[in-house]
Ligand binder design. Structure first.
Ligand code: UDB
Ligand code: ZN
Length: 185
């Protein structure tokens, strides 16, 4: 079982590397690891288990965050419209995105970052992501609002990018012109 001691924190090189593509079909070790990542996220959202194992309630996790430089990510969350997203994904790729930008009004955090970094993180308002699921299915999902932000945050980890790289240093709290709050879509 993955716990917080397995989570790599900022400063570690693996978080700045571009992760390797997983050659398909994945090995049973790769599938097991991705399944463990998804379980970690689910367990972290269970109040009793999160307290028992001292976990931060997470919505997503990318393999570099457990020290593995491979293109794998897990997400498990319900968006503001009550729609559930629960996936373990190999080789996720943004195949198209909107020009319009969006952001979470409260900014972002990260399981690999043990400090508060205030600031607006501009993201694409809509993205289409292609990936292969844990079950071996090739999928193409269209995402907007909160879901689009979670996926972009995790895919960034596969490219060595941290959320605060996107914050405008000169004016951290002002959203870019034309950007919409992720809570509105
Ligand atoms: C998170 N959790 O998991 F609205 F049940 C964040 C942390 C960094 C605060 C743990 C989170 O947003 N939890 C949450 C929010 C809700 C309801 C709920 C739980 N991540 C994932 C991460 O670090 N992945 O690498 C950070 C998010 C910031 C924006 C998208 C991902
Ligand atoms: Zn993160």
């Amino acid at each position: 079982m993955i716990t917080m001691k397995d989570i790599v924190r900022e400063g570690h090189d693996v978080l700045r590397q571009k992760a390797e593509e997983v050659s398909l079909p994945p090995t049973s070790e790769e599938k097991e690891m991705l399944n463990d990542m998804l379980q970690f996220i689910k367990i972290s959202q269970d109040d009793e288990l999160a307290e028992k194992y001292d976990l931060r309630p997470g919505v997503g996790l990318a393999a570099p965050q457990i020290g593995v430089s491979k293109r794998m990510m897990a997400v498990h969350f319900v968006d503001f419209h009550g729609k559930e997203y629960s996936y373990g994904l190999f080789n996720p790729k943004i195949v198209s995105h909107s020009v319009e930008q969006s952001y979470l009004p409260g900014g972002e955090g990260c399981l690999s970052v043990d400090r508060d970094v205030p600031g607006i993180v501009p993201r694409h308002a809509r993205v289409t992501v292609k990936a292969t699921t844990l079950e071996g299915e090739e999928i193409k999902v269209r995402l907007k609002g909160y879901a689009a932000i979670v996926f972009q945050h995790e895919i960034d980890h596969l490219n060595g990018v941290m959320f605060y790289d996107h914050i405008n240093q000169d004016d951290p709290l002002t959203p870019p012109e034309g950007a919409i709050s992720a809570e509105e879509i």
